[in-house]
Each structure stands twice: as structure tokens, then as C-alpha cells.
Design a protein around this ligand. Structure first.
Ligand code: SF4
Length: 378
């Protein structure tokens, strides 16, 4: 089976106040040794996956475009040397506005990158500042246009709703601005206050003023209705795209397909085993330098967990869950395992069943967590 490749770049110029991703600021001194370790790990995976075609690559972070152009080139060259890459592969890079320039864009283009995902979040300068982003709205527009001028036509913008002080009117302006930029894909995420972030600390102190539940709901409804009315089909809970521009790499996760993850904190799903790399950047570098596998954790999920994961990942997408594919993958009768749960969720109008297909309803998309919890064992 064709495989995906994820490459993690754990560096950011500044930590955003809501972010709990494995990314760090003030590590410029580690860029060079990190890229060297990454290339060594890529070579190793190249051996493991020889004979396997890679059809999606995703360089995420962190902020990959914080690395200098020559480092980006080094990584991409190593990837091409180490793997057999499908001619039609989707190769994405995450970027933050203000961290790209012509030299980096050309390095990405010549390294085969054909999709850029910009973390814009909002086009309101006041909101950007309040969530600790480094860029301005104007920089976001400029970065997208520069990428388009450099020949990138497949561009995603990440947007957020439910930000402190954000109104539905603010959100509408941001979404309209994104659409005006003629991008192909928009991911829209609701803010979640994650443990250990500055926002969580502010929340505890009572200084984080989030939109009221009704306002949050209005923003969610607006996003999910407005984008499809303007050419962006909702194909997953938080993802919208023009026809043919769905992110193929993300389908590796949602369809339970294999992928290799390289870099600090990267996750892999390989031969039905889940692996995660060492999170600490310096320890990751040291471990790879010593010629050891930088794996911190590995597990073969129990069949109950694997089945639940398979179901809820498939249900996130508008394609939904194919009961026949599930049965083939696990060699188990779907209704024998989940008949009662399916009846309950049908009654609550959270899912719809048609022939051998189960999909979330509009209500189910909104309360996805309720559906997903229902399938978890015990
Ligand atoms: S740019 Fe992205 S990865 Fe970096 S701190 Fe902000 S949200 Fe986190």
C-alpha cells in the first residue's frame, strides 16, 4: 500500500498563547544539528520503506518555513534520495505568514512541494495580537500572494473561531478575506483551551474572556454554512476545499492508512503499530547521532481500541464509514459489535445509515465527540 510521510519541524519564532503542539521558540542554535539528525532518520526510514511508494508528504510543525532555504533544500533532497515518490505525490509544507520569502519559496518549489498551508488564523490584527501570533493581516495577504506568484496554486489557510473577543462579524470578515485570496482549501478550527498553555493559566485566573456559548455556536454555524455556499465543500469536520483539492495526506490518518513520521515528537502508523518519537529536541538529536532509533513509545492498540479509532477517524469525513471495509479490515461483524450503539446514535439523529455506509448527520458533525465516545470500549 502507498504510504504517507510526515516530517516534523519543531521550531517557532514565538509560542502562540493557545498552542500545545510540540514546538519551541529560541532554539535557533539547534536548526543545523536537527536538520542533520532528521536527514539521518529519513535515510533510515528510506531503507525500511524501500519498495514502497510514498504518495503524500507533509512537512509540519512548528513552523517549517522558519528554517533557512538551504536547510529546506537539504531536507527535500534527502527525501527524494531516500524514497520512491509517486509522480503525482501531494507534497505539503506548513508555513506561517511572514516567515516565507522568495528564496524559500523557490527552494520548496524546486524540491517538489506543491501545496502550502498558511497558519493565518484571522485577518484581524487585534485578534492576532491577542492570541500571540507573530504576523499581521497584511503580512498574511502578502505571503499568500508571494506564494501564488512563485507558482503555488494549491494553498490552504487555517482559520480559527471562538477566539477571545471575536464576534461572528469578525469571523465573517476573515472568511471573506480568505475566499478573496483565491485559495483552494480552508481549515476552520474552534479554539480549545489546552492544558499547560498560557491561555489555560489565564482561564484559571479568570482573565481569558471567551465568546459566550451562543456566539461560539453562531460562528460554528456561520462557518459551516458560508464556506460551502462559496465553493468550499465540507469534506471533514474542520476542513473545506474546492473540488479536487482535499488534503490527501490527512486522508492517511482518517482512512487508517500507514504513514511514517520523522523528527522530534513525530508519530508513525506502520504495520498496524503506533510509534512516537522522542519529544525533546536535544534528546532526539543525541539519540539519532548515536545511531539509535529515536522512538519513545510504541504500541499495538488492542482490537477494541483499533476498531474505535478506525470508526471515528472514518466518521470525521463526509465519505463516512464503509461497513464492508471495516469488516474486511478487522474480520469482525460490525453490527455484532456495535448494533446497539448504532441504534442509540440513530435515535439521537447523530448518524445516518444508508446501505453499507454510516455518516455523521449535520448534528453529528457538531457533536462529533459524543459519537466518538460512544464507540470507545468500556
Ligand atoms: S505557529 Fe503554530 S506551532 Fe508555532 S506556536 Fe503558533 S500555533 Fe504553535
Amino acid at each position: 500500500m502507498k504510504t504517507g510521510l510526515y516530517i516534523h519541524i519543531p521550531f517557532c519564532q514565538q509560542k502562540c498563547l493557545y498552542c500545545d503542539f510540540p514546538s519551541y521558540d529560541n532554539l535557533t542554535h539547534l536548526y543545523q544539528p536537527y536538520v542533520a539528525a532528521l536527514c539521518q532518520e529519513i535515510s533510515g526510514w528510506g531503507g525500511v520503506l524501500s519498495g514502497t511508494l510514498i504518495d503524500t508528504i507533509y512537512i509540519g510543525g512548528g513552523t517549517p518555513t522558519l528554517l533557512p532555504a538551504d536547510a529546506l533544500k537539504t531536507i527535500l533532497t534527502k527525501v527524494h534520495e531516500s524514497f520512491s515518490i509517486d509522480e503525482a505525490a501531494e507534497i505539503s509544507v506548513e508555513a506561517n505568514p511572514g516567515t516565507t520569502n522568495q528564496e524559500k519559496l523557490l527552494a520548496l518549489k524546486s524540491g517538489g512541494v506543491n501545496r502550502i498551508s498558511f497558519g493565518v488564523q484571522t485577518f484581524s490584527d487585534a485578534l492576532l495580537k491577542s492570541i500571540g501570533r507573530i504576523h499581521s493581516a497584511e503580512q498574511a495577504v502578502r505571503s499568500v500572494k508571494e506564494a501564488q506568484d512563485a507558482g503555488f496554486s494549491n494553498i490552504n489557510l487555517d482559520l480559527m473561531y471562538g477566539l477571545p473577543g471575536q464576534s461572528c462579524k469578525d469571523l465573517k470578515v476573515s472568511i471573506q478575506e480568505a475566499i478573496k485570496l483565491d485559495v483552494t482549501h480552508i481549515s476552520a478550527y474552534g479554539l480549545k483551551v489546552e492544558e499547560g498553555t498560557p491561555f489555560a493559566a489565564m482561564d484559571q485566573l479568570g482573565t481569558l474572556i471567551l465568546p459566550e456559548e451562543d456566539d461560539d455556536e453562531e460562528m460554528y454555524t456561520f462557518t459551516t454554512e458560508y464556506l460551502p455556499q462559496h465553493g468550499f465543500r465540507r469534506y471533514e469536520i474542520s476542513n473545506f476545499s474546492k473540488v479536487g483539492y482535499e488534503c490527501r495526506h490527512n486522508f492517511k490518518y482518517w482512512k487508517y492508512h500507514p504513514y511514517a513520521g520523522v523528527g522530534a515528537a513525530a508519530h508513525s502508523f506502520f504495520q498496524k503499530e503506533r510509534l512516537s518519537n522522542i519529544t525533546d529536541v536535544s534528546q532526539y538529536i543525541d539519540c539519532v547521532k548515536k545511531g539509535k532509533l529515536p522512538i519513545e513509545f510504541r504500541e499495538n492498540p488492542s482490537s477494541a481500541i483499533a476498531m474505535a479509532e478506525y470508526i471515528f477517524l472514518a466518521l470525521r469525513t463526509v465519505q463516512g464509514l464503509s461497513i464492508l471495509e471495516f469488516q474486511e479490515y478487522f474480520n469482525r461483524g460490525f453490527y455484532l459489535e456495535y448494533g446497539e450503539i448504532v441504534s442509540e446514535l440513530l435515535q439521537k439523529k447523530l448518524i445516518a445509515v444508508k446501505e453499507n455506509q454510516i455518516n455523521l448527520t449535520v448534528l453529528g458533525m457538531k457533536y462529533g465527540n459524543v459519537v466518538f465516545r460512544a464507540f470507545l470500549p468500556g
